[in-house]
Design a protein around this ligand. Structure first.
Ligand code: ADE
Length: 283
């Protein structure tokens, strides 16, 4: 077990106690985590005790002389499969770690795998409500199916591509979840960002006001807060329509949003034929 910070509770505001969120990561390559966890926001969150990442080397649970963690697949085929015994022993050992400081002993055990449920901001928000997560990093051609059946609660993929292992995927999950843990970044940045309400973010600008002949949109320097807010909302709607129209069906849209989107050529499913169709499918 390689701890990156002591587990402790902290009093962030002086008024309420926030328990830190704990991530247990089971991996054959704990060294891969050193870079991402030792920079920037995650580093600060670990130092502050707001999050705690504990790395567990699966190889330490192999009992043979060569500390073998993989074997050839039954039925033949390319590649190697992660053996059940060391991985299961590692998961069980992590789950049995004494929760003397208050963290739950039965957190969700999540396997990082390309055939898992696609990771989204909604899942990140859901996981951020857990006090503790156990992330299992698969390697080789995969994990013996019986370990998945016996010990894995949930399987997550970070996208439709195959990585060399689950480590980078686990880092993505840690990063996306950790920044939603209270105290890691300021709450305002989270409220306003892409995906939080199903829309992409508006474009951002900073000084200088003119850069290489390109001026900042005048409304942003007008000082009219209401107009800035409306411009930003419209930019979000337009950007989402252009880049990710699929998101609009689930986004929280007001009637004014819908009207604006229709002026951009959006085929509003609540109007006309689309509406009749969705009413027909509901009944
Ligand atoms: N392991 C290998 N590829 C992966 C992916 N796309 N998501 C999660 N874990 C993986």
């Amino acid at each position: 077990m390689i701890g990156l910070s002591p587990w402790r509770r902290r009093n962030a505001t002086g008024l309420c106690y926030n328990a830190a969120m704990r991530f247990d990561v089971l991996t054959l390559f704990p060294g891969m985590f050193a870079g991402p966890l030792n920079e920037s926001i995650l580093k600060r969150a670990i130092q502050a005790g707001t999050i705690n990442v504990v790395l567990h080397d699966i190889r330490a649970y192999a009992t043979d002389r060569h500390r073998t963690t993989d074997d050839a697949p039954y039925g033949g085929g390319a590649g190697m499969v992660m053996k059940p015994e060391p991985l299961a022993a590692c998961i069980r050992a992590v789950l049995s770690m004494a929760p003397e400081t208050g963290e739950p002993s039965q957190p969700p055990v999540i396997l990082m795998t390309p055939d898992g449920e696609p990771f989204t901001q909604r899942i990140a928000a859901e996981l951020a409500t857990c006090a503790r997560l156990v992330l299992v990093c698969g390697r080789y051609e995969g994990v013996d199916e019986r370990v998945r059946e016996a010990l894995i609660d949930r399987e997550i993929s970070i996208g439709d591509y195959v990585l060399t292992g689950g480590e980078l995927a686990a880092m993505v999950v840690i990063d996306a979840v950790a920044r939603l843990v209270p105290g890691v970044i300021d709450a305002e940045s989270i409220a306003d960002e892409s995906f939080s309400d199903g829309l992409l973010e508006y474009p951002q600008y900073t000084r200088p006001a003119v850069w290489e002949g390109r001026a900042v949109p005048p409304v942003l320097v007008s000082g009219h807060h209401g107009e800035v807010a409306q411009w930003r909302r419209r930019e979000r709607l337009q950007r989402t329509l252009e880049r990710r129209p699929d998101l609009l069906t689930r986004a929280a849209l007001t009637e004014a949003d819908r009207a604006y989107l229709r002026t951009l050529g959006w085929n509003d499913p609540t109007v006309g034929e689309g509406a009749e169709h969705s009413a027909a499918t509901k009944s």
